[in-house]
Design a protein around this ligand. Sequence first.
Ligand code: URA
Length: 209
Amino acid sequence: MGAAGDKRAALEALRAEAVRALSPLLTADQTQVVFGAGDPASPLALVGEAPGPQEDRAGVPFVGPSGELLERVLRELGIARDQVWITNVVKVWPTRRQGRSRRTRPPNAAERRASRPFFEREMAIVRPRVLVLLGGTAAQEVLGRRLKVNEARGRWFETHLGAPALVTFHPSYIRRLQGMDPARGDRALAAFRDDLREAARRAGLVGEG
Ligand code: URA
């Protein structure tokens, strides 16, 4: 088995362990544990916050509207989604009831704490050359401190995961901004594209051109 095959096997075992450990914490409103996906031998890992409702149903990260935006920008850069490793720091959908519907809320401390060892072990297996931290929660979990994404985006940080990390906007923030203020939304999208391009170059996934 090659390096990618070894990583896949190790990740499958870790996924099964995460499912065993985290499933008992699921409420009736959550479907399943959502683990990372993509190419485990990729030099580039994209790290989000937590699954949303579509991801909770599919069991795959970034398959809802945020994922569509992310995939579109990757495609514009000549990168297919299955060329990168895509994951979240929190492995279950943080949800709350509002009347009869279920809403997404920020992940709480218990969800972060329970997911953290699995995220860290996942990164130790994938060992990407470069991380992209999508939004404040991913940045806080990986860097161990709160920072303002508006100030930190486009900047590189050293991490304890053996790879440098670039902080950028979360796709859902860009989508919200596009709805509220299209000009600011477009600027944020352009900055996001620049950030992903820079990270992909540093990872060696795309050329300098
Ligand atoms: N937002 C995230 O942070 N992760 C997902 O998987 C989907 C939406």
